[in-house]
Design a protein around this ligand. Structure first.
Ligand SMILES: Cc1ncc(C[n+]2csc(CCOP(=O)(O)OP(=O)(O)O)c2C)c(N)n1
Length: 327
């Protein structure tokens, strides 16, 4: 088979390799964080998205700079893809002065107005009405920017989810609701919290389309995003994309996940998004041994640099705790 020029999604080989780089970088970043937690170097809970990277990469790769994201606690990779440096991100997780919130917390509650990242709160589902509000601004201002709001299947059972989707449907807002359905809300399996199989079905109740896709296939996610973005940018309103996936680690790094079986985990590991995409790229002669080695070396260097930088970064000055306050 000759090397491909472009895929059916109009992605050039260089773009496919870039996607591959992001998958590897985000996986490596989460694995590194997991190690740092075990070494006692992280001060708050860490919620890794290992196994779910295809959702982050497939969605963010399709965005423009002026689009906004409302990330979930498991979406560290979205910050990186939207433009936060690995150094700043690692500093944030270690609560250093050089982090996004300048050491005020060590989690994903911070955002960046320039880069279009909304700082999420802890209340699950609460980001969805806010995402709809952001999208309303774009509609009023007549700009074709889009908001991407991430949530878990667990969050789709809370009231805010339904209010946010209803408002977005009524107002035909440019927002894409991305459900990361990783089968568990903390320890609760989906069949114990929902009487239907697909979160995607809930979109119909609010007057727009919902689609359930393989969330471990980065190109499937990217393709679903293309359709949703085209609708959102042309005033056709929201879309719900439900990405079926699985988180390999517990809810957070302190959760041993005894509520699931080894067989189940092994089955989902066999659907790891990274080897699947590696096989795809190799079969199409986009990736070879030399390119793989180069990407792995760049990923390792970026992670080492981020850890060195964050570990040696200054602690926040207690005096600064009362600066940058709103009121
Ligand atoms: C309104 C609300 N209820 C409960 C919690 C505690 N809590 C934090 S994460 C979580 C599980 C979330 O599951 P899901 O929405 O499926 O996302 P996932 O963590 O699986 O990615 C729970 C119950 C919370 N933060 N907010």
């Amino acid at each position: 088979m000759p090397p491909i020029k472009r895929t059916k999604f109009k992605l050039a080989p260089e773009q496919l390799l870039e996607m591959f780089y992001w998958l590897k970088l985000i996986r490596a970043f989460d694995l590194q964080l997991s190690t740092l937690v075990k070494q006692g170097k992280v001060r708050s809970g860490v919620y890794t998205g290992i196994g779910q990277e295809a959702i982050v990469v497939g969605t963010c790769f399709a965005l423009r700079k002026q689009d906004w994201i409302c990330p979930l606690h498991r979406d560290l990779g979205t910050f990186l893809m939207k433009g936060i440096s690995a150094r700043a991100m690692m500093s944030q997780m270690l609560a250093k002065e050089t982090g996004l919130s300048k050491g005020r917390d060590s989690a994903l509650h911070s955002g960046d107005n320039e880069l279009g990242i909304f700082g999420n709160t802890s209340m699950l589902g609460a980001n969805l009405p806010v995402a709809a509000g952001l999208a309303l601004t774009f509609k009023i201002e007549k700009v074709d920017s889009v908001v991407v709001a991430y949530f878990g299947e667990g969050a789709s059972n809370v009231g805010d989810f339904h209010e946010g989707l209803n408002f977005a449907g009524v107002q035909q807002l440019p927002v894409i609701f991305v459900c990361e359905n990783n089968q568990y809300a903390y320890s609760v399996p989906i069949e114990k919290s929902m009487a239907i199989d697909d979160v995607a079905d809930r979109a119909r109740g609010y007057g727009f389309d919902g689609v359930a896709i393989n969330g471990n296939d980065v190109l499937a996610v990217y393709q679903a995003m293309q359709g949703a973005l085209a609708r959102a940018r042309t005033g056709e309103g929201p879309t719900l994309i439900e990405c079926k996936t699985y988180r390999w680690h517990g809810h957070s790094e302190h959760d041993k996940a005894f509520y699931r079986t080894d067989e189940e985990l092994a089955m989902w590991k066999s659907r790891d998004p990274i080897p699947t995409f590696t096989t795809y790229l190799r079969a199409r002669h986009v990736l070879d041994d030399a390119k793989l080695k180069d990407i792995e070396a760049r990923v390792a260097a970026a992670i080492d640099d981020a850890v060195d930088f964050a570990m040696n970064a200054p602690e926040p000055d207690p005096e600064d705790a009362v600066t940058d306050l709103y009121a």
